[in-house]
Write a new protein. Structure first.
Length: 487
């Protein structure tokens, strides 16, 4: 752990094992922080933040640019560590690490644009100014599916706006964050401005959330954990920025470019082995093209190459853990029990002797209310449903507690605009797929969370508004200051 500018073990001497999901071997351990150590990290951040906010954003940006350079210098090493702890194919890890560098650059470039407002007053010789100040100490809590990019997307806007941070990675994938913090240290970030503590959400995470020092909790993860965090944060009314679960619908209509829609649909569901919050988690196909599209889709899915994620030529690595694979298996079993048709996959690949691998699986269903359609699967399993009306497809798409990403494939402008306005999801990919881009706001409707990441809107979430009322007249007066006094 890195607390107050020093690398440290935990007093508890308890550790967390980091397992390579491709071979099930423990290859690293990290400390399990005590609550006292988390408090110490928060106090260090609180003390460092006072000086950090006095440094001009342009000078703060220099550290962020250096971190981006160092990430690029170490890109290959970082990508290999990421793949070892998370299981995604190496080419995806390289993209993610580059994405982490870009986040630091993107927000460093905002140094001269943390803009407030200057407004006229209702009274003579007065000015109103709205400032955007740092919140103070930010607790960052991240998931395992993008262990490098999600933390970068939190650290960069938090730091450029003058906050200090204590960050806690997922217990499944702590190494990518630790490596990033090492680079921040190498970049010379002042002591205490960035700290990393490792441990479980229920202990280390809870201490970060409930401690009075924390001004903002920025968390990416499941809706279930997000709700608990909101509840715990309410004790001291800490601000929360929550990027939670998704259940992205993908609609293909009869006028779409079928070949392109097919390629996109395979990527949208199966990149990162289906473990992406914006992954297409259910497909709605126009009845007219369903048979043809589904059979071509099944063929493409079968052709995906499952394998050792460090090897070139692998499309799909393992799932991150045995638990996550078990969840995917349970979904498939329930679908079988309910009489849904397994078109492709549906089991562990027999050729992989070790690792948490699962076959990419396509299931045809007719039940909009089934768990496959309603619950987040977060693995390489996709339910497909036929629909005979575009409005019904939209209605089904919106029938979800989640509201992060959505996909529509059609060349009809009317349908495009309808989708843009009526599909109530925070992102709409039209004839296109993710990942999301830095300048876009990553945000969601309903139980997908609160606030946004990326873009200028993401930056604003790390600032506290403050309005200053200034009087600059030689003979100040206000008509309402007890007008009858002394009369
Ligand atoms: P998770 O189980 O909710 O964990 C996320 C992080 O929260 C981990 O660091 C976890 O710690 C911590 N945590 C859990 N309970 C906590 C609590 N009560 N207080 C404080 N911290 C707590 O999620 P995950 O399984 O890692 O990630 C998958 C989920 O993330 C999916 O639902 C996916 O949709 C979502 N996700 C959303 C986005 C988005 O942008 N909307 C992006 C990526 C992922 P430990 O695990 O170490 O105990």
């Amino acid at each position: 752990m890195f607390i107050d500018g020093r690398w440290t073990e935990s007093q508890s001497e308890e550790t967390i094992k980091v397992i390579n999901p491709a071979d099930e071997q423990v290859f690293a351990t990290v400390p399990r922080a005590t609550r006292e150590e988390v408090k110490h990290a928060l106090e260090a951040a609180q003390s460092a933040q006072k000086k950090w906010e006095d440094i001009s954003p342009v000078r703060r940006a220099k550290y962020l640019f250096s971190i981006a350079d160092l990430i690029r210098r170490d890109r290959e090493r970082l990508a290999r560590i990421l793949t070892s702890e998370q299981g995604k194919p190496l080419y995806e890890s390289r993209l993610e690490v580059e994405g982490a560098a870009q986040n630091f650059e993107f927000y460093a470039e905002y140094a001269r644009r943390i803009e407030g407002d200057v407004l006229p007053s209702d009274y003579d010789h007065q000015t109103i100014m709205i400032l955007k100040l740092p919140i103070g100490v930010v607790a960052s809590i991240t998931p395992w599916n993008f262990p490098s990019a999600t933390v970068a997307r939190k650290l960069a806007p938090a730091l450029i706006t003058g906050n200090a941070v204590v960050t806690k990675p997922s217990s499944n994938t702590p190494l990518s964050t630790i490596e990033l913090v090492k680079l921040a240290d190498e970049a010379g970030l002042p002591r205490g401005v960035l700290n990393v503590v490792t441990g479980s959400g229920s202990e280390v995470g809870e201490e970060l959330v409930t401690n009075n020092i924390t001004g903002l909790i920025t968390m990416t993860g499941s809706t279930e954990a997000g709700k608990k965090i909101m509840e715990n944060a309410s004790g001291h009314v800490a601000k929360v920025l929550l990027e939670l679960g998704g259940k992205a619908p993908l609609i293909v209509w009869n006028d779409a470019d079928m070949e392109w829609a097919l390629k996109c649909a395979v990527w949208a569901r199966f990149w990162n082995c289906g473990q992406t919050c914006i992954c297409a988690e259910r497909m709605y196909l126009d009845r007219e093209i369903k048979e043809k599209f589904l059979s071509a889709f099944a063929k493409s899915v079968k052709a995906l190459r499952i394998g050792e994620p460090q090897s070139p030529g692998t499309d799909l690595g393992p799932m991150v853990s045995q638990n996550e694979r078990k969840t995917a298996e349970d979904f498939v079993q329930r679908a079988r029990d309910e009489g849904d048709k397994i078109i492709v996959g549906g089991s562990e690949p027999s050729r992989m002797k070790k690792g948490y691998f699962y076959e990419p699986t396509v299931i045809e269903t007719t039940n909009q209310k089934s768990s496959l359609i309603q619950e987040e699967i977060f693995g390489p399993v996709v339910p497909v449903m036929e629909v005979d009306n575009f409005d019904t497809a939209i209605e089904y798409a919106n029938d979800s507690i989640y509201g992060l990403a959505s996909y529509v494939f059609t060349k009809d402008n009317g349908r495009v605009f309808k989708a843009m306005h009526r599909i109530k999801f925070g992102e709409c990919y039209v004839n296109q797929v993710g990942p999301e881009q830095l300048q876009g706001a990553h945000t969601g409707f309903r139980q997908t969370g609160i606030g946004a990441e990326g873009s200028k809107y993401g930056l604003e979430c790390y600032t506290q508004l403050k309005t200053c009322y200034l009087d600059w007249s030689d003979n100040p007066s206000l008509p309402y200051l007890f007008p009858y006094r002394g009369k």
